[in-house]
Each structure stands twice: as C-alpha cells, then as structure tokens.
Design a protein around this ligand. Structure first.
Ligand code: HOZ
Length: 431
C-alpha cells in the first residue's frame, strides 16, 4: 500500500495549516506516521488520495450513521442547495427538524440549533447556570465536551490522545467553577455536593466515547439523576456522540434515564455541521428571545444542514438499525477477543450499541484512569496494520470506533482478516 500522495499533501499542508490539519486528532500524533488525506467516501468505504480503499470505522467521528452519501440525504441536501445556502432568517426546515428531535426525547419541549457539539455544550452549561442561579458544574475525568474553556480539564478525546492535562490559554478563572468527578463513581459526585452549595449541574457523556468507549455500570446514570434531584441540580447529557446513534432517543432511551438538558450534534446533521441543545419548557424559557440567557449564531439552523438532519433522521427511523448495530458490534467484539487470545495479546473490548473499541490491557476499563492503563504503543502498531490491511480506524486509543448501517458481511470479513494481521504484529512487538 502506497501513501505517496497523502505524504505530499501533508508536507504541502504544513505551510498554511497548523500541523496540516483542522482538528488535532487527524494529525496521527499518537500513532506516528503521516496523516491520510481523503479523496472520497461512499457507503461503508472511504478512499484516500492514493486510491487506497478502507472499511470506514471512523465515520467522521460519528455523524455518518447511514454510511457515506446515503441517497436520501444527498437528494435532500441537493434540493435545499438549489434554494439558497443561508438566509439569516427562519425556515420551515428548522421547525421540522425540531419536531423530530423533540419527539425523540420525551422531556424535550424545545430545542435550539447551533453549529457544533462544542457550541451546544457551552450553551447548555450557560443555560444550567441561568436556570439554577448557581455557578459550579461537575464534569467527569475522561469525558470530553468540546473545546470550550470551562470544560477543557481532565478531558478525553484529543487531550487524552496528546497526553495533555488541560489546554494552554485557559485562564484559571475560567475553570474555577469546574469540579471533577470520577466516571462510574457516585461517591466522587457526592463529595463535591458536601463541600459546595452552588452546583448548577453535572455534565456527562451517558455512554462515554472520548476515553475510548466506557459504559455506565450498575445503573450509574439512574442513581446519579435521582441524587441530583435531591440536590436541585441539573443533569446535562452530552449526547453529541450518542444521540440518535445508541437508540433513536439516544443513550437516555437505552439507559432509561431522562436528562434535564440534552446536547446533540453529529448524527442530527447527517454529516453537515450542526449542534443542538434542548430541554423542557421551564428551562428553555430562559433562552433569548424568551429569556435572559443570550446565545446566537449567524449560520444556526442552516438550511442545508437542516435538510441533512431531517433526511438522516427520517431514514434512520425507517431503517431502525439498532438491533443490527448490536449484532455487528458483538461479532466484531468476538473477532477481536478471539484473535487476541490466539496471539496471547491482553485485550479488553468495550462496546455499547454502535460504538466500541479495544483497549490493550487485561483489566476492565470503567473510568479514565483504567482507560489510560491501556498500552498505546500496542495500539499504534495495531492501528497501522489495520490501515495497511484496509480498515480505517480513529488514530487514537481514546476515540470510539463507529458503525454505520451500510456495513456489509464482506466488510466484516475484511475487518476480521485485518485484525488477524494486526494482532499478530502486536504479539511480535519487542518489550
Ligand atoms: N470530537 C470528536 C470526538 N472525540 C473528535 C473529532 C476531533 O477531535 O476532531
């Protein structure tokens, strides 16, 4: 497999783009080598500029739940494109997408569309503060909620990938109201409430995908919500990854829990830039123009993105692929674990719905500390062997693998063959 054109574009890109990328994880920093440049994608496959075709398990970090360029989505986006790209005024499409979203989340009466998951979360945090009149927010180590200042501490995703404890340029004051708890550990939340009486809420990825996939254990979410109710604090569910992906009603439907404020992104734009936050009327009443919590955006509710979202969610409802996701993830889990056993490689696989990934460790992974015990050098070797054998994975131990409804049996066979070669390579690594 050759990567000459990618290499050439990477070197060219270094001149005017930071690290030749527009989001750090794309730079392949933790796996070494040069990043791949992509030419096109269709269905379950993605093709780089050298013409190498891969089974895509990145899926743009989640949005492409139907696979790339689904017919219905492409048709809807093209139709919208012909009518104009942006108006700075309301359209009927926004009302249609809002209804689909609110219908899927039982306690969501109103939603506000923004342009990214980061924007959705930063607005949701502001809203929680506006509604409760309190300042402090608890987040869990290893969860990543976008790159807003106040939550850029103990974060997963790119920060975990680059081993950064936080970000330069975030003033102390910006994080002074952020408290850190441990995922799957209710006591660590309670300890903060014992010390502080000004906690507005707790933000969580209900199924975490940003320290690798980590799953709530023993009804953690349900217990957390019950506890927060006794404290008058809000539960903010960051469902940017899981919304419409774990189930149509997100991880909340799957886990039987209802958040006070829900953040969405990725799937609700079908690959176009969208984010959203929503809640019951009583809370959304605070948002301008109804209330005094200000939040705005020139491109918010963009007509092409709305068309992408409506068509994706309509098709997703029709397909109802959630059982199929479980089955496919189970098959991949068995492939990974059996191959690891064959080559005596320590491996743990975490999966939930259409999100999964392996950790190169022998112990269970239920929180950030345990996720960090994974051998990232082994992951790097595994990653490159998967690439060389035609499977596109996130170039980080701490990013989830995603499934789409476009994946075929032939793709799974290709993944299995690649896993065999990759695991063999890992087993041959010298200490
Ligand atoms: N925020 C995405 C999920 N971790 C990763 C995409 C990126 O950082 O580029």
């Amino acid at each position: 497999m050759k990567f000459k054109k990618s290499e050439k574009l990477y070197n060219k890109g270094l001149k005017h783009l930071v690290g030749a990328v527009n989001s750090p994880v794309r730079a392949f920093s933790s796996v070494g080598g040069n990043p791949l440049f992509i030419k096109k994608a269709k269905g379950s496959k993605i093709t780089d500029v050298d013409g190498n075709e891969y089974v895509d398990l990145v899926l743009s970090y989640g949005p492409m739940v139907l696979g790339h360029r689904h017919k219905a989505v492409e048709k809807a986006a093209k139709k919208a494109l012909k009518k104009g790209y942006s108006f700075g005024a309301s359209t009927e499409a926004e009302i249609r997408l809002a209804k689909i979203v609110c219908d899927a989340f039982p306690e969501m009466d109103k939603v506000r569309f923004v342009n990214s998951g980061t924007e959705a979360v930063l607005s949701a945090v502001r809203l929680a503060r506006a509604f409760t009149g309190k300042d402090k927010i608890i987040k869990f180590s290893g969860c990543y909620h976008g790159h807003q200042d106040s939550l850029l501490v103990a974060a997963g995703s790119g920060l975990a990938t680059l081993s950064l404890p936080g970000s330069k340029g975030v003033p102390e004051g910006a994080v002074k109201n952020t408290l850190i708890a441990e995922y799957n550990n209710l006591e660590s939340v309670k300890k903060h409430f014992e010390k502080h009486d000004d906690i507005a809420g707790v933000i969580i990825e209900p199924i975490c995908g940003n320290m690798g996939v980590v799953i709530p254990q023993n009804d953690f979410l349900i217990k957390l919500k019950k506890y927060l109710e006794t404290k008058g604090a809000l539960l903010i569910a960051d469902e940017v990854m899981t919304g419409f992906r774990s189930k149509f009603g997100g991880a909340q439907e799957l886990l039987g829990v209802t958040a006070d404020i829900t953040c969405l992104g990725k799937v609700i734009g079908g690959g176009f830039p969208v984010g959203a936050y929503g809640a019951r009327n009583e809370i959304m009443q605070e948002v301008a123009p109804l209330g005094g919590m200000y939040q705005a955006g020139t491109l918010s509710g963009n007509p092409i993105a709305m068309a992408g979202g409506i068509s994706t969610l309509t098709e997703l409802k029709r397909q109802n692929p959630y059982e199929q996701f479980n089955e496919t993830a189970h098959i991949l889990e068995v492939i990974l674990l059996e191959t690891a056993k064959k080559y005596s490689v320590d491996l743990v696989v975490n999966r939930f719905g259409s999100m999964m990934n392996p950790f190169f460790t022998k112990d269970v992974v239920t929180n950030f500390e345990e996720a960090q015990s994974s051998d990232t050098k082994k992951f790097a070797v595994f990653f490159w062997e998967m690439i060389k054998n035609g499977v596109f994975l996130p170039p980080s131990q701490f990013e989830a693998w995603f499934l789409s409804s476009a994946i075929t049996d032939k793709d799974i066979k290709k993944v299995a063959e690649a896993v065999d070669k990759a695991m063999l390579a890992v087993s041959q690594m010298k200490d």
